[in-house]
Design a protein around this ligand. Structure first.
Ligand SMILES: Nc1ncnc2c1ncn2[C@@H]1O[C@H](COP(=O)(O)OP(=O)(O)OP(=O)(O)O)[C@@H](O)[C@H]1O
Ligand SMILES: [Mg+2]
Length: 368
């Protein structure tokens, strides 16, 4: 069992508090992904779990044993960094086995682990090469191999794929997924990549300025963000936010988007006392581009990006508020067009002034 459990972890650098009380449990065998803006503390948190940084306060256990002050080598964790830092004068095999050699592991055991790791990572043809004779993706696999042979209870990855080109990224992402299936170890993985987060994670942790904003499955965070920060962070392109006046009518909350379209009417969320300004959230992929002459929200297009599989349309409402939508790859909409857009209410989110969620759409339930 290698459950990782953090209780009120803080970390100060000098007088600056970087981690502000992190409570988190990563279950045994779970693939957990940390996301958040640059500088929010993802790497610091990973390094605290690895033992490379000491937490300022709080407690940390791995596999049920308190590890708060345990040296890194005794935690049963292995970390893979963004920069893979292989020894240039050693072969792939020597790089992978270096740690075990230093620890004076028995020769047979070293061979067994090398054979297993190199088969798993498809490195067998390259074992005698030097790192300079490998592609970036192969080098990163060697770095992962170095972690695999340690047979850790917990793998920690800090943006391991961000130096790779798009195709290699996809390939290595799939390999890490397979590695997780084979080993069933607990994995904690930091990334900036939305696709990696959505596809690899059992659980995503959204961090912001040293705090956890929300923890959940990828689809949970996508459909049921707890606040505007998570709503805006998860999903690419980003969710649209429109400031809208709202009126309470009995047990309904009516939200007025634009004089040209009927207001949306939601069940009145608890705690709403009266009229006021709200934020309406809707993702670009959920807006529907109408045909010419249709009714709908009038949007003037400022830019159309044709990506082949889809067309991203960037537009403004009559009063200048910005709104973006994702249309079909064969859409003929052009810059300067005045188009009509449908807003499916089931895909709408409503946030209060403080950015907390009042309403999340119904899409998940409708699909279930
Ligand atoms: N050794 C250090 N001394 C002082 N400040 C540090 C140190 N390490 C990190 N920091 C600061 O802590 C904050 C969090 O850094 P961290 O590297 O954890 O961010 P991150 O979320 O991993 O960002 P990125 O996405 O850019 O990698 C940053 O403001 C950083 O400047
Ligand atoms: Mg980092």
């Amino acid at each position: 069992m290698a459950e990782v459990s953090l209780s009120r972890i803080t970390k100060n650098f000098g007088v600056v508090e970087i981690l502000k009380g992190i409570d988190l449990t990563v279950a045994d065998g779970e693939f957990c992904i940390f996301v958040g803006p640059s500088g929010c503390g993802k790497s610091t948190l990973l390094r605290v779990i690895a033992g490379l940084e000491e937490s300022t306060s709080g407690a940390l256990s791995i596999g049920g044993r308190d590890m708060t002050r345990t040296p890194p080598a005794n935690r049963g964790v292995a970390m893979v960094f963004q920069s893979y830092a292989l020894y240039p004068h050693m072969t792939v095999a020597e790089n992978i086995c270096f740690g075990m050699r230093m620890a004076k592991s028995p020769k047979a055991e070293i061979s067994r682990r090398l054979a297993r790791a190199s088969a798993m990572l498809q490195l067998e043809p390259y074992l005698d090469r030097k790192p300079s004779q490998l592609s970036g993706g192969q080098r990163q696999r060697v770095a992962i191999g170095r972690a695999v042979v340690r047979e850790p209870d917990v793998f920690l990855f800090d943006e391991p794929l961000s130096n790779l080109d798009a195709a290699l990224r996809v390939q290595t992402r799939i390999e890490i997924g397979k590695l997780h299936q084979d080993l069933k170890s607990t994995m904690i993985y930091v990334t900036h990549d939305q696709v990696e987060a959505m596809t690899m994670a059992d659980k995503i942790v959204v961090l912001n300025a040293g705090r956890i904003e929300q923890v959940g499955s990828p689809l949970d965070l996508y459909h049921r963000p707890r606040n505007m920060f998570v709503a805006g962070f998860i999903g690419s392109p980003k969710m649209n936010f429109l400031q809208v006046p709202g009126r309470v009518e009995g047990d309904r909350l009516e939200v007025h988007i634009d004089p040209a379209v009927a207001p949306l009417s939601f069940a009145r969320p608890a705690g709403i006392s009266g009229d006021g300004d709200f934020m309406l959230g809707i993702r670009p992929e959920h807006l529907v581009l109408g045909a010419t002459g249709d009714s709908g929200l009038p949007v003037t297009l400022r830019l159309a990006e044709r990506l082949g599989s889809e067309t991203m349309l960037y537009g403004t409402l009559a009063d200048g508020r910005e709104i973006n939508l994702r249309a079909d790859g064969l859409s003929t909409a052009r810059q300067g067009d005045l188009v009509k857009v449908q807003i499916p209410q089931a895909a709408c989110h409503v946030f209060d002034k403080a950015g907390n969620t009042l309403v999340n759409g119904d899409l998940l339930r409708m699909e279930a």
